[in-house]
Design a protein around this ligand. Structure first.
Ligand code: NAD
Ligand code: DAU
Length: 351
């Protein structure tokens, strides 16, 4: 059995928060595969975005434990750390959707800000050298014009309640390092795509609507640019940062893959053989960031990380995954989500 060591210590048990969500569930699958000597503890409150179906097949794995818990519950968080004694924390739990934060910011402040502080406190109370990897986002940098890229030194300028809550959590993580000497690392990744993404986000929403011949709501002129990264490339970057990142540092994660939204929507329609007449230009998102682009040089030069998937191959595979997993899409779109969905798009579709 090959064990991974950090600072001469065997790293064996990792606590993941938000492991039933999109990136978290992909990360659980990835780590069980890539680090067969590790134990994983997945703490997730199972909000509308958390789905245990994303993890089906691993429930009986002896190296995996699921704990249904809210990271804002101090007592429970302390008992989780007491019981499982993790060597490291990968913190992904969050409210993650910008449009929802515009409708109601309170769950974002509660989970992303308060929840992060409670988790930091529980980590510190449990162990002074437990590594804490904080999974943040490029949205904390705000927006770019037509040129340039985000560096780790770019000033934070969040424009939505979501990104402001993530920027706040980044500051709390920084403060934990500066004040208490906690072993923290923060990552800021660009837009992810791949299996198990909740179909409120651009790519799975457009695939589901196109499949059903429903309108595809493109915000504003559709010329906003996002820098897309396949989700397992995000996972491999998080593993590199967990094992080799420098304490107290920030690492940008991105694959140099910028696309205007409208082009992405057109690629989806083309693959599914659907007409462009399905596109509906709807009212723009308030405070909509025009362009994101990540400079990942620090991550690649210091930790040797490079992405392994290209958009040209991984986007068609992703589209096919959502077509093949129609029942998954329908199940997660049911219930509470549908209320939000109909309110949002009832108002926004301007046919
Ligand atoms: P997601 O919305 O798909 O999943 C979030 C998960 O967190 C869900 O399983 C949910 O149940 C859980 N959760 C929410 N509130 C909780 C609470 N109070 N206690 C415990 N669990 C809770 O999100 P995602 O897209 O997988 O994003 C994961 C992380 O990565 C987030 O921190 C997000 O800010 C960050 N991120 C996402 C992207 C992206 O493109 N999706 C890019 C960069 C960074
Ligand atoms: O950049 C990283 C961020 O990427 C993460 O921090 C967030 O958690 C994640 O949700 C994502 O944020 P975006 O706002 O960029 O993702 P979303 O899929 O919501 O939107 C992508 C782009 O598509 C954005 O410019 C808005 C546009 N859009 C989105 C939807 C849902 C549309 O034009 N129509 C839509 O219906």
């Amino acid at each position: 059995m090959q064990l991974t060591k950090r600072d001469g210590r065997v790293l064996m048990r990792v606590l993941i928060t938000g492991g039933a969500g999109f990136i978290g569930s992909n990360l659980v699958h990835y780590l069980l595969r890539e680090r067969p000597e590790w134990d994983l503890v997945n703490v997730d409150a199972l909000t509308y975005a958390g789905n245990l179906e994303n993890l089906s097949g691993i429930e009986s794995n002896p190296r995996y434990v699921f704990v249904k818990a809210d990271i804002t519950d101090t007592v429970t968080m302390n008992s989780v750390f007491e019981e499982h004694r993790p060597d490291a924390v990968l913190h992904l739990a969050a409210e993650s959707h910008v449009d929802r934060s515009i409708l109601d910011s309170s769950p974002f402040i509660r989970t992303n800000v308060l929840g992060t502080q409670i988790l930091l406190d529980a980590t510190r109370a449990h162990s002074t050298d437990c590594r804490f990897v904080h999974v943040s986002t490029d949205e904390v940098y705000g927006t770019l014009g037509a040129t340039g890229k985000f560096l780790e030194t770019t000033p934070l300028a969040p424009n939505s309640p979501y990104s402001a809550s993530k920027a706040s959590s980044d500051m709390l993580v920084r403060a934990a390092h500066e004040t208490f000497g906690m072993d923290v690392v923060t990552t800021r990744c660009s837009n992810n795509y791949g299996p198990y993404q909740f179909p409120e986000k651009l790519i799975p929403l457009m695939i589901a609507n196109a499949r059903d011949d429903k309108p595809l709501p493109v915000y504003g002129d559709g010329q906003q640019v996002r820098d897309w990264l396949y989700v397992t490339d995000h996972c491999s970057a998080l593993l590199a940062v967990l094992e080799h990142g420098k304490s107290g540092e920030v690492y940008n994660i991105g694959g140099n893959n910028e696309w205007p939204n409208l082009e992405v929507v057109r690629l989806i329609l083309e693959q599914l053989g659907k007409p462009e007449s399905l596109i509906r230009y709807v009212q723009d998102r308030p405070g909509h960031d025009r362009r994101y682009a990540i400079d990942p040089t620090k991550l690649s030069s210091e930790l040797g990380w490079t992405p392994s998937r290209t958009f040209e191959r991984a986007l068609p595979e992703t589209i096919q995954w959502y077509i093949d997993n129609e029942t998954w899409v329908e199940r997660v779109r049911s219930g509470q989500y549908m209320d939000y969905f109909s309110d949002q798009y009832g108002e926004r579709l301007s046919e």
